[in-house]
Design a protein around this ligand. Structure first.
Ligand code: SAH
Ligand code: SF4
Length: 385
């Protein structure tokens, strides 16, 4: 009998190179792990899992030591079998404007960037998280798009980005009003809708009242427009939606955001109109990157408001952030303001996004890690070593 190895299934959902890491798991996953390890009886698993979950997600503990409601012997048993590790911070950079970027290594060869942008307004600060290492899409103005997809990040790895930022900001024990990290945006590396399971589970964890408790209304998922998954995104996550539109004709959007060839603008807008919960109180954000001489004319601004008529929306104008070798230039300030004026006059809020952290290549679309797709054999060798 011959056995065919399906390598796509060879990588475990949670890269497990030693003791199981419980730090970013759901209560249910923790309970299962405890029972499998024989550390607790099935009847106790749920209670123990809830305790451990609370210590990690509410208090940010990274060892079993401080879990005062768990008996000392049980804590020793747990420490024997499990860890509560954070991924490794390979590099930390802070911009002159206070933006902080971490390059995080989740496993050998699996690295992605996370960015904290303080003071985005109204006492809020946003953490920009990655959902994938690299991206399968090739938007021509995006640095991540030049990096092939290495793999999806697991839910635990997405949660770990939030935990890592909270460690660094010393934010585990501050009162709700003093938090700086109040919002999460899925605008880092990757296309979140191609990792919907990971994103949805991570959101369940970070929005949980007993844990980090960032409300779903303060989480925005940005997508290039994976039409067949929009409704599911809304139903499973309740997150705010942002759409990377960037062009008003299919002809141009096909070039800038090539997924448009599969799901053209009219289909995308229909799917957005059907997004669960969309209302004036819960608007969709359209992102529009300002590219000099490409998509920034007054005629395009007028076409844009026509296109979006009837959709509760705001339009976020993003000055193009250059990266080494990028084929575009950013529109002039005058051009951007003229565009914004037209959009505003039509009744849409049209904030111009202030580029943050450009000096450390931390702004929108500038993220890229050195991670490369490795052959499965090389990866297994690295993991074994
Ligand atoms: N893949 C998702 C989310 C990540 S990109 C998406 O495409 O929506 C987050 C935002 O940054 C998107 O709106 C994207 O179009 C924009 N962006 C990408 N490269 C950029 C650049 N160089 N300058 C400005 N914005 C950019
Ligand atoms: Fe991927 Fe978004 Fe970049 Fe497009 S803009 S390549 S979808 S990360």
């Amino acid at each position: 009998m011959s056995i065919t190895l399906d390598l796509s299934r060879a990588t475990p959902a949670t890269p497990n190179l030693g003791p199981v890491n419980l730090a970013g798991l759901t209560r249910q996953q923790i309970a299962t792990a405890l029972v499998e390890a024989g550390v607790v009886s099935p009847s106790q698993a749920k209670m123990r899992a809830s305790q451990i979950w609370g210590w990690t997600q509410h208090h940010g503990l990274t060892s079993f030591e401080g879990m005062s409601n768990i008996a000392k012997e049980t804590r020793a048993l747990l420490a024997d079998r499990f860890v509560l590790d954070r991924p490794q911070i390979v590099e930390r950079q802070e911009s002159i404007d206070g933006t902080t970027k971490w390059l995080i290594r989740f496993a050998p060869g699996i690295e992605a960037e996370t960015v904290f942008i303080p003071d985005v307004g109204g006492g809020s600060g946003a953490l920009c998280v990655s959902s994938q290492v690299g991206c399968t899409l090739n938007c021509t103005f995006c640095h991540t798009g030049t990096q092939a997809l290495v793999r999806n990040l697991t839910a635990a790895e997405i949660v770990a980005q939030v935990q890592t930022a909270r460690d660094d900001l010393a934010e585990w024990h501050v009162g709700p009003g003093e938090r700086r990290l109040t919002n999460i945006v899925f605008m880092g590396m990757g296309e979140p809708l191609y990792n919907l399971d990971g994103v949805a589970t991570a959101l369940d964890i970070v929005s949980d009242d007993q844990g980090i408790a960032i409300s779903r209304r303060r989480v925005t998922v940005s997508t290039s427009g994976v039409v067949p998954r929009l409704t599911e995104l809304g139903e499973r996550t309740g997150a705010m939606l942002a759409i990377s539109l960037h062009a008003v004709t299919d002809e141009l959007r096909d070039v800038l955001v090539p997924i448009n060839k599969a799901y053209p603008i009219a289909q995308l807008l229909d799917a957005i109109r059907a997004y669960p919960g969309l209302s004036n109180a819960k608007r969709v954000t359209f992102e529009y990157v300002m590219l000099k001489g490409v998509n920034d004319s007054p005629a395009e601004a007028r076409a844009l408001v026509e296109l979006l008529r009837g959709i509760p929306a705001k339009i976020n104008l993003i000055p193009f952030n250059p990266w080494p070798g990028s084929p575009y230039e950013c529109s002039s300030g005058n051009r951007i303001h003229a565009f914004a004026d037209i959009v505003n006059a039509a009744g849409y809020a049209s904030p111009i996004r202030t580029p943050r952290g450009r000096d450390i290549l931390a702004a929108c679309g500038q993220l890229k890690s050195q991670s490369e797709k490795t052959r499965a054999s090389a990866r297994r060798a690295a993991e074994a070593g």
